[in-house]
Design a protein around this ligand. Structure first.
Ligand SMILES: Nc1ncnc2c1ncn2[C@@H]1O[C@H](COP(=O)(O)OP(=O)(O)O)[C@@H](O)[C@H]1O
Ligand SMILES: [Mg+2]
Length: 366
């Protein structure tokens, strides 16, 4: 049987053209890979000494895996970051007008940048978040908003930005901001289990942080356990990552920039009004997310639709909180219990009525 296909001349020409394109892409890929390797080797040669051989190997492994994943597909976007990313590593020093920081290790990676544990000249631990300066105007503007808000506003439940700067090496350019270092996220705490009284304390802190931001006209829009941090052995929550926050005082440009189609907010915690096409986040969208988080801290389950684990199923003596979750877990933002002070006073009343053994120090409520 002849299973040989006869192509028309036109089809043959098309196939040849495709072959040419693929060859060209492969050649581009090879050249660019070689260039990156050369740059990396040059940099390593300049900065290495015998005793940091381990970190060099680590960085090469990391680099190789990034390159691998990049080059597995033939239709590649232009390569811009892997080489520059690997230059941010343990031992690198970054300088601002007033301080110097030495990077220790990477502790976080989000949608836009990388976060490192570092030490300042006083040997204090700090966290430094880096953003590739060539990432695009929109993300730069968001980073600028984030830095500005967190540097100029001080609240115990909002992350502080202590310093910021610019770092460049060869063709890599980064903007960075320096924050206090937090050991744990709420994700870790939920995974290892939170005492009911601590969960209430955390919930109160989150509401206070949001109340502060909301009073300044800022909607966070991405409240989730990964963006809530804690200092070592602390149960005071600190909200971080104002990167996609919606700044009401900002011009329309930013509103257009943060298109809902980008689906930046984590779907699991985003409110219905954020999920719909063309939808806009409102203050109550952040409240929706903390309502889900209250339930999750007790039940390890994030409410979705109508079937979900309720607090009374896990901690019957705290089941009274289910009615609070119900008042927040509403599809329509205007039906959610709001503003924060109303939630706090309702919560306080509930605690006074239901918790007789003084387990919750009422001082958590101002
Ligand atoms: N100040 C900090 N201290 C410790 N870890 C941090 C700090 N800031 C951020 N991180 C870690 O880095 C991750 C990403 O940072 P984040 O600000 O949320 O940026 P992204 O917009 O990329 O999500 C966080 O989820 C957290 O694990
Ligand atoms: Mg984040």
């Amino acid at each position: 049987m002849n299973n040989h296909y006869d192509f028309t001349d036109e089809q043959k020409r098309e196939l040849e053209k495709k072959d040419e394109e693929i060859k060209k892409l492969e050649e581009e890929r090879r050249v660019s890979q070689q260039k990156q390797e050369d740059e990396e080797n040059e940099w390593q040669a300049k900065h290495s000494s015998n005793n940091d051989i381990v970190s060099i190997l680590e960085s090469q492994v990391q680099q190789a895996s990034i390159l691998n994943s990049k080059f597995n597909s033939i239709y590649l976007p232009p390569i811009s970051t892997p080489n520059s990313l690997s230059k941010l590593q343990s031992g690198v020093q970054v300088i601002t007008a007033f301080d110097e920081y030495v990077l220790d290790k990477q502790v976080g990676q989000g949608g836009c940048g990388r976060v490192f544990l570092a030490t300042n000249t006083d040997k204090e631990s700090v966290a430094i978040k880096f953003l590739d300066r060539n990432i695009g105007k929109t993300k730069l503007k968001r980073f600028k908003n984030e830095i500005y808000f967190c540097e100029h506003n001080s609240h115990k439940n909002i992350v502080r930005v202590l310093d910021h700067g610019f770092w460049a090496l060869d063709k890599s350019e980064y903007l960075f901001c320096v924050m206090p270092y937090y050991e744990q996220s709420l994700r870790h705490k939920i995974d290892s289990g939170i005492l009911p009284k601590d969960a209430i304390h955390i919930f109160v802190g989150l509401l206070e942080g949001l109340e502060f931001a909301h009073n300044k006209g800022i909607i966070h829009r991405d409240i989730k356990p990964e963006n809530i941090l804690f200092a070592k052995n602390s149960i005071n929550p600190v909200i971080c990552d104002f990167g996609i926050a919606h700044f009401l005082v900002e011009d329309m440009e930013t509103i257009v920039e943060t298109k809902t189609t980008e689906r930046l907010a984590n779907f699991l915690y985003s409110a219905p009004e954020q999920r719909i096409k063309g939808g806009q986040a409102v203050f109550q969208s952040d409240i929706f997310a903390v309502g889900l988080i209250l339930n999750e801290m007790f039940t390890h389950s994030v409410p979705q639709a109508v079937e979900y684990k309720r607090i009374k199923d896990c901690f019957p003596e705290y089941g009274f909180l289910d009615s609070l979750v119900d008042k927040i877990y509403k599809n329509k933002p205007q039906e959610r219990l709001f503003p924060e002070k109303n939630i706090l006073s309702e919560l306080k009343m509930m605690c006074e009525e239901n918790i007789k053994n003084e387990e919750i120090p009422l001082s958590v409520f101002k």
